[in-house]
Ligand binder design. Sequence first.
Ligand code: GRF
Length: 214
Amino acid sequence: MLTIGVLASGRGSNFQSIIDNIESGYLNARIAVLITDNPKAYAIERAKNNNIETLIISPKNFPDKDAYYSHIAEELKGRGVELVILAGFMRVVGKTLIQAFPNKIMNIHPALLPSFPGLHGQKQAVDNGVKISGCTVHFVDEGVDTGPIIIQAAVPVYNDDTEDSLSERILRQEHRIFPLAIKLFSEGKITVKGKKVIIKSKKEDAVIINPPLL
Ligand code: GRF
C-alpha cells in the first residue's frame, strides 16, 4: 500500500477526491499526514473528518526557505511517506523538499501546461481566448509548473465562459486525473525519462488516460 503525504493551503477539494478514491477502493493507498501552511485552510476540516493527522507548519517560524522545506521533508520521511501530493499548496516548493523526494512530488495545475503556468491558469485561458484548456498532473521540479507532465485532461472553453465557470469544468477533471496519476504511480506504471513521463499501459487504456473532450 502506498503511503501518501498531502500538502494543501485551502479548500482541499482535490485532497477530498483522493480521500474518496481511497475509501472506494480505487486507490490502494493511505494518507499519513496533511501538512498546511494556512491555519484557516478548509482542508484541515476534511482531515479531521477522516482522522488524518494534520500539521500546521508556517514558514514564519523558519530562518529561510531551505530550512522550512527540510523540516517538511523530515516530517514526511518520518511517517514513511513515499509520494507527496501538492493539492492546492500555494507556494513554490523549495529545493530541499524536491531533493528529498526526486520525481516523487506531484502537483495539479488548472491549465494545459506548458501554457499558463503560475497563478490563475483558468483566467489566463479565458483572457487569451483559447478554445481548449484543462488540467495537468506533473512531477515537481525546481521551476514553477515546469516538471515532467504525467497526465492531462482537456475541456472546451466557451464564448461566455468566465474564470469561475471554466474553473468548475476543469475542477471536475482534476478530481478524475489526480487519483488516476496516483494509481498509476502506486502500480509502478510511471517512468520518468528526462522531461518525459512514460506510462506503461495497454492500448485499450488510452481512452481512460486520454479521454475525449468533456
Ligand atoms: C486547483 O484549481 C488546483 O488546480 C490548483 O489549486 C486549486 C486547488 O483546489 N493547484 P482545491 O483546494 O483542491 O479545491
